[in-house]
Design a protein around this ligand. Structure first.
Ligand code: MLT
Ligand code: MN
Ligand code: ZN
Length: 298
C-alpha cells in the first residue's frame, strides 16, 4: 500500500498573504512575485479513492476547489472520508464550518480538542448525526482512512490562542496539541504542524521515520518582533523556530529521517521566498520547503 500526502495549505494561520499584513513577503505574494500559500492542511490517502484531511483550514473551500483528487465523484459522493484535528487553533478548525452541508464524514480528535468544539456552539452546524465525532485516545492506533492506520501522540504546545488565560504554559504536554503518526506498508509518516520543543520522547519516536511534516512557523524566534509586526516570539506562540541552537534544523540534524518537509510557515518566514539564503540553508540541511499542491508519495 502506498501513501500519498498532498499539501493543501503550507502556511500558518493568516496565510500568505495575510489580509492585514504589509510585510515584504505578503507584498511579494500580492504582486505575484512569490507563490501565495493557503493555511495549514494536509490530505492523505492510502488507496487514492478515500482521503482524510488533517486540519480543516479557513481556506478549505479554495483548497477543495483546486485539488482534483478531492473532487466529488457524484452528486454527493466525495473521496473525503474523515477529518482529523491536531489542535483547536482557528487555522485548524475554522474550515469545519465550510464542511457543513449535511455531508457525512468522521471527525477525529482527542477528547480535549472535541471539548473545544463543544464549547463553541457554532460547530453544532456540523450535525452530529451526520458528522460523527470520534474521540481518539493518545497512543492508540485507529483507522484514519482505508488502509491507513494513525496514532496520536502528545506534542509540547499550548491551548488555542483564543482560550489563553493570564498564565500560559507554552510547552504543555496534554491532549490539546498532538502529532500524528501514520503507517502503511510503505513506511511511517509524521504530521506535526505545531511543536514547542523537540523533546527526547519525540526524538525517539521520529527516528528512522520515512517522512516528517514539521512545524516551520518562523525562521527565527524574534522574527515578528524585528519586523515590527507584534510582540510575540515563536516560543510564546508554542512554536520552535527553524534557525538557531534550539531550532528545528539543529534538532533534526542527527536524526535519521527519509524526507523532512516544513509546513505551517508564517508569512514572515524568509524561506517562503524561493531565492532567499535562509531557504538555501534549510535545503542544504536536508529540508524541503512545503508549498500548496505539493504531493509526496511513499
Ligand atoms: C498558531 O499556530 O500559533 C495559531 O494558529 C495562531 C493563531 O490562532 O492565529
Ligand atoms: Mn497555527
Ligand atoms: Zn506578512
Amino acid at each position: 500500500m502506498t501513501l500519498r500526502a498532498h499539501i493543501l495549505g503550507a502556511a500558518a494561520g493568516g496565510g500568505l498573504p495575510q489580509w492585514n499584513c504589509g510585510c515584504d513577503n505578503c507584498n511579494l505574494a500580492r504582486g505575484g512575485k512569490i507563490p501565495s500559500q493557503t493555511q495549514s492542511s494536509l490530505a492523505v490517502t492510502a488507496e487514492g479513492n478515500e482521503w482524510a484531511i488533517l486540519n480543516a483550514s479557513p481556506d478549505i473551500r479554495q483548497q477543495l476547489a483546486q485539488t482534483a483528487c478531492l473532487f466529488p465523484s457524484g452528486p454527493r459522493q466525495l473521496p473525503l472520508r474523515s477529518v482529523l484535528l491536531t489542535n483547536g487553533d482557528i487555522d485548524h478548525i475554522a474550515g469545519l464550518l465550510t464542511l457543513r452541508e449535511m455531508q457525512p464524514f468522521r471527525l477525529f480528535a482527542t477528547a480535549g480538542i472535541h471539548e473545544v468544539l463543544v464549547q463553541n456552539p457554532i460547530f453544532a452546524a456540523l450535525d452530529p448525526s451526520v458528522v460523527r465525532r470520534e474521540a481518539i485516545a493518545m497512543d492508540t492506533p485507529f483507522e484514519l482512512v482505508k488502509g491507513l492506520t494513525a496514532t496520536l501522540f502528545a506534542v509540547p504546545g499550548k491551548v488555542p490562542l483564543y482560550m489563553e488565560g493570564d498564565e500560559v504554559q507554552t510547552d504543555l504536554i496534554g491532549d490539546q496539541t498532538v502529532g500524528v503518526e501514520m503507517s502503511t506498508a510503505s513506511g511511517r509518516v509524521f504530521y506535526i504542524p505545531g511543536c514547542a520543543i523537540l523533546n527526547d520522547a519525540l526524538r525517539a519516536r521520529l527516528e528512522r521515520a520515512d517522512l516528517v511534516f514539521f512545524d516551520g512557523t518562523l525562521w527565527r524566534d524574534d522574527e515578528m518582533i524585528r519586523a515590527g509586526l507584534g510582540q510575540k516570539t515563536g516560543k510564546r506562540m508554542g512554536h520552535m523556530s527553524m534557525d538557531g541552537a534550539d531550532g528545528s534544523i539543529a534538532a533534526f540534524a542527527d536524526l535519521n529521517i527519509g524526507q523532512k518537509v516544513y509546513v505551517h510557515m508564517n508569512n514572515t518566514n524568509p524561506v517562503l521566498r524561493p531565492e532567499s539564503t535562509e531557504r538555501a540553508t534549510a535545503q542544504a540541511a536536508g529540508w524541503v520547503i512545503g508549498q500548496d499542491g505539493m504531493e509526496i508519495t511513499l
